[in-house]
Design a protein around this ligand. Structure first.
Ligand code: MSP
Length: 656
């Protein structure tokens, strides 16, 4: 019989290089789900990757003096190492700089344009000239650029728009009627009330203010902005838009798109609308999980907590971290991380409950039966409760996992583990061992315990990636039939006769007070390292001045000419702008818009000779195409002066 497919995705990650345990959350929960489904016999495709385009990353790379792609390559390698450390079992890692993806994105853009779902218009925003960035009014801080604090101009930029408004009704219907589509349900009202019902606006899907992105195929001065480039990764990763769409035909639509709540809007409104426009089936579920918080802060500014996954895994084990993440973020809500809760969880659940159970039971099998798991013999009523719970645990955990409730699934498993510990106390094996009859009964007790441990370890495999294998070794089990989900549908597997190996403790108990001090020391150490590396980057930045020195060949690329201002006027509704007509010895004077109205009146400008950069790409400012830039000098006291030749020159003379 053909296996049922299961396609699960994380969002593609920004290659920020700042990984903290919160950023690992989506990937870990998807990994647990993917592993669970694989064990249930599904044909799983688990996708993750990186979202590599945009101005921000371009700037970061530039500030490091590195070519942007090689900068990102380095960060992506780090991210892949992190996923390897956390045992993330993805089937594909897509990068939006992959040639296949870029090609498919262009194709999709073209199709949407030809269908009329993408059209060209003007994007109005607040433009900060030094930062070359557009901001919306709400992003401004005190009316100024949020990045550099300088004045901004209300400006228009030619852009392509996606007709999101056209899909308003279909999206509303989708969220209102398909209750499975957006989960948890609380997010449905959030989307309906905050975004959909107030009216969906068409979406700007291209930019001309930077060029690190996929070019619009028929208009390459535009790059395709985040929505169409990033969201489409979920289908291009499967070969959609390529010569081989077999994976797409097999796995699409996605069974689950998993993501943090802050990007649910993009996935539950914009993404389905793009798919509708492409006439493609919609994902079955979009799930917006809560955040892992650090003392009420989403960000990594750890506030006294170790949030570096590399350090946590190295000191406490990958499974301790995976367990915490999967156990502590309740369904749809935020979870909290502190060093102390982390250590306590590790001690109470992993060392005390699970670790103790395994070491007590393997020790008793070694002591009373030479390490060989006995055949069950005399049954008693007290067994029934344990057996019943052991048989219920898998279906219960599976039902929770179907609802993405990993914490509850783990709770069920640990209820069984705790029940087994209680069973030891109820049956008192150490007393049974003292008499002949008691030893007969002890056979059943220890068999039941070994079988319960096996069942627990089998169900734990999708959550913890290292401990179950260690438990199997301790029970003398090879990976195979008896470590599969099918083998735990019924209690009573054929494990009698297996030779146990007590071996080392699964989880050493930690002295919490002592360890918290060590953690503080690590944090101190980290602070020192951070301060040092900050100082080093400052030093590097100084050096960048050298790195940024340009050769004469580069300088020669800039075309500077003397121009004579033949006309000048103020730009309507823009206090700072003057629009000049400048004679550069060409057939017609050029139009140049400059932010100098505070310093020069139009009358003063007329007749002046100025230095103009003549080979600058034209930009539209307030709807006027500016065909060059006038050079000025400015000082820290806020003075500004035009640069003029000290004697009159012919218009169009070269400046060298
Ligand atoms: N690049 C976009 C997604 C585009 S998808 C077409 C993005 N990337 S991200 O790197 O910022 O986030 C990746 C995932 O990490 C998101 O699911 C985000 O919610 C998650 N997390 C980042 N910090 C988090 C916590 N503190 N807690 C839980 N998850 C959080 O968004």
């Amino acid at each position: 019989m053909e296996k049922k497919k299961y396609y699960i995705t994380t969002p593609i990650y920004y290659p920020s290089g700042k990984w903290h345990i919160g950023t690992c959350y989506t990937t870990i929960i998807c990994d647990a789900l993917a592993r669970f489904k694989r064990m249930q016999g599904y044909d799983v495709f688990y996708l993750t990757g990186t979202d590599e385009h945009g101005q921000k990353i371009q700037k970061v790379a530039a500030s490091c003096g590195v070519e942007v792609k090689s900068y990102i390559d380095g960060v992506v390698d780090e991210l892949k190492k992190l996923w390897q450390l956390l045992d993330i079992s993805y089937d594909k890692f897509i990068r939006t700089t992959d040639a296949d993806h870029e090609k498919a994105v262009q194709k999709i853009f073209d199709v949407l344009y030809k269908k009329g779902d993408i059209y060209k218009s003007e994007y109005e925003g607040w433009y900060c000239t030094p930062c070359e960035a557009f901001w919306t009014k709400t992003q401004l801080v005190d009316g100024k650029c949020p990045d550099c604090g300088r004045e901004v101009e209300l400006t228009k930029e030619e852009s392509y728009f996606f007709k999101l408004s056209k899909y308003q009704q279909r999206i509303q219907k989708l969220i209102e009627e398909d209750k499975e589509f957006l989960q948890p349900t609380s997010r449905q009202n959030e989307m309906l009330n905050n975004f959909i019902k107030p009216g969906l606006q068409d979406l700007c899907v291209s930019r001309t203010s930077f060029d690190w992105g996929v070019k619009v195929p028929f208009d390459p001065k535009h790059v395709i902005y985040v929505w169409i480039d990033a969201l489409t990764n979920y289908i291009t990763a499967l070969g959609y838009g390529s010569d081989d769409e077999s994976l797409f035909n097999k796995y699409w639509p996605a069974d689950v798109h998993m993501m943090g709540k802050e990007i649910v809007r993009f996935h539950s409104i914009i993404w389905p609308a793009i798919l509708m426009a492409l006439d493609l089936p919609l994902p079955k579920k979009v799930y917006g999980h809560g955040w892992l918080m650090f003392n009420n802060d989403k960000m990594s500014k750890s506030k006294g907590n170790i949030v570096d996954p590399f350090i946590l895994c190295e000191r406490y084990g990958v499974d301790a971290l995976r367990y915490y993440m999967l156990r502590e973020v309740p369904f749809g809500q935020d979870g909290n991380f502190t060093n102390e809760i982390f250590l306590k969880r590790r001690n109470s659940d992993l060392a005390n409950d699970l670790g103790n159970l395994v070491s007590r039971v393997t020790a008793m099998v070694s002591q009373y039966f030479d390490g060989v798991i006995p055949k069950p013999s005399i049954k008693q009523d007290v067994d029934l409760d344990l057996i019943d719970l052991a048989q219920k645990t898998y279906p219960e955990a599976a039902a929770y996992m179907d609802e993405m409730r990993a914490p509850e699934a783990l709770e069920s498993i640990f209820r069984l583990i705790q029940r087994a510990n209680k069973y030891i106390d109820e049956c008192t094996p150490w007393i049974l061992a003292k008499s002949q009859d008691g030893r007969e009964r002890l056979k059943s007790v220890l068999y039941n315990l070994c079988e319960t441990i096996r069942i627990s370890a089998v169900i734990l495999q999708p959550f913890l990636t290292q401990t179950p294998a260690k438990i199997f070794t301790k029970l003398g089990l090879q990976e195979g039939k008896l470590t599969s989900f099918e083998s735990i549908e019924k209690f009573g597997a054929d494990i009698a006769g297996l030779k146990v190996d007590k071996g080392e403790q699964l989880f050493e108990r930690i002295d919490i007070a002592k360890e918290l001090k060590v953690m503080d020391e690590i944090l101190e150490q980290q602070k020192k390292i951070a301060a040092k590396s900050q100082a080093e980057s400052a030093q590097k930045a100084d050096n960048v001045v050298d790195v940024c020195m340009i050769g004469i060949e580069e300088f020669e690329k800039v075309e500077l000419k003397i121009g004579t201002v033949v006309d000048c006027r103020k730009v309507e509704k823009a206090d700072k702008l003057l629009c000049s007509k400048i004679d550069l010895g060409e057939r017609e004077p050029r139009t140049v818009v400059s932010g100098i109205a505070k310093y020069y009146t139009p009358e003063e400008m007329i007749g002046k000779q100025v230095v103009v950069v003549t080979n600058l790409k034209p930009v539209k400012l307030r709807g006027i195409e500016s065909q060059g830039m006038v050079l000025c000098a400015s000082d820290e006291d806020g003075n500004l002066a035009l640069i003029s030749p000290i004697k009159s020159m012919k218009s169009g003379s070269e400046v060298r």
